[in-house]
Ligand binder design. Structure first.
Ligand code: CUA
Length: 362
């Protein structure tokens, strides 16, 4: 009976693991299916390290098994003491040199790649007119959302990073409050965002995200940062260079866009009264917003970074953001009510319609 139970337990554990692990390998999120030069090279290093470790395990296991079988008491007899080896020069050299060689095979490519991926010298290169030639994005991580500024284009967005395919995109990474970590698993390894210093690296995006399941790559915060750390997601839309230029132009065209308290549209007026102090609706302008820039909200893939993108979820979010992301700044410090106070159902509906209509792609 006990034995049967144990077997059943093992079986269900394996079954659960299979379901769990089958989630690996989705090309919009998996580091095992890299979609860019950096991710691919890092994946190859992973394979190299795994290969070396497997080789060591196999060789040690085989030697162990051979010794185990060869020197069985039943085989060699009761009173046999095998040959005692001590101070063997040859053996000592062998088991010192082999690990050194293995470590060299592993460390040389790893160190080389580490320096290569941290080479951001091209960030400062300029063309004849003095314009920066590389695409740079300034990433600021905040509790619990992401701000993306394109300093050379003079635009800023949030929660959904838009980048062109087929070129190096350089990142300046920092945090506004506590330590977070910027990670797009399918594109490359994570990098911490710190409050006290700037981290820099580059990534390359090979594939246009429109073909992916949700039309975007998934990005995560990879550093425990507070109660809503697990929900601090962002998305990455990768588009052709032409489509990227068009997007930048559309973003620039939103210069000066704002919401008016006198608007006849209840949604816009409510936004102006309750939201505008923290959320900008123009893609041109400063960073450092208290809340995410909402210029492209209607184009986004998620509400609050993780909820399905529809008006119902947006309304629920506006009504009680603390229920979805505990500790977020839309709630008062006690976490009991939104900072903008209670809105009527009519206002929330109008507000949701207005925010969903904010778009540079439609
Ligand atoms: Cu930010 Cu975890």
């Amino acid at each position: 009976m006990m034995k049967g139970l144990k077997k059943w337990r093992l079986f269900s554990l394996l079954a659960v693991m299979m379901v769990f692990l089958s989630g690996c390998g989705e090309d919009y999120i998996s580091a095992l299916k890299p979609s860019g030069q950096v991710g691919k090279e890092q994946f190859n290093l992973l394979l190299l390290a795994t290969g070396i470790m497997t080789l060591v395990i196999v060789v040690v296991s085989v030697i162990y098994l051979l010794a185990f079988l060869k020197f069985r008491r039943s085989k060699v007899g009761e009173n046999v003491i095998p040959k005692q080896v001590e101070g063997s020069h040859t053996l000592e050299v062998i088991w010192t040199v082999i690990p050194i060689i293995l470590l060299l095979i592993l460390s040389v490519p790893v160190v080389t790649a580490t320096y290569k991926f941290a080479d951001v010298a091209a960030m400062d290169e300029v063309d004849e007119a003095g314009n920066k030639t590389a695409l740079t994005v300034n990433v600021t991580a905040k509790l619990y959302w992401w701000e993306f500024e394109y300093p050379n284009q003079g635009i800023v967005t949030a929660q959904e990073l838009v980048v062109p395919t087929g070129q190096k995109v350089y990142f300046n990474l920092k945090a506004a409050d506590v330590k977070h970590s910027f990670w797009i698993p399918a594109i490359g390894g994570k990098m911490d965002t710190n409050v006290e210093n700037l981290n820099k690296f580059y990534l390359v995006f090979d594939k246009e995200s429109a073909d992916l399941k949700d039309g975007v790559f998934y990005g995560k915060c990879a550093e425990l940062c507070g109660p809503s750390h697990a929900l601090m997601d962002f998305k990455v839309k990768t588009v052709s260079p032409e489509a990227f230029d068009a997007w930048v132009a559309n973003m620039k065209a939103t210069e000066g866009q704002t919401a008016s308290k006198d608007s006849t549209d209840l949604g816009e007026a409510t936004f102006a009264n309750s939201c505008l102090a923290c959320h900008a609706v123009s893609g041109v302008g400063g960073t450092g917003g208290v809340g995410p820039n909402l210029t492209t909200f209607g184009d986004r893939n998620r509400v609050a970074g993780f909820l399905e993108h529809n008006e119902e979820n947006l309304k629920a979010w506006i009504e009680n953001p603390g229920e979805f992301k505990p500790g977020n700044l839309m709630m008062n410090p006690e976490g009991t009510a939104p900072v903008y106070g209670d809105l009527t159902d009519e206002e929330i509906q109008a507000l949701a319609t207005y925010i969903m209509g904010l778009s540079v792609e439609k």
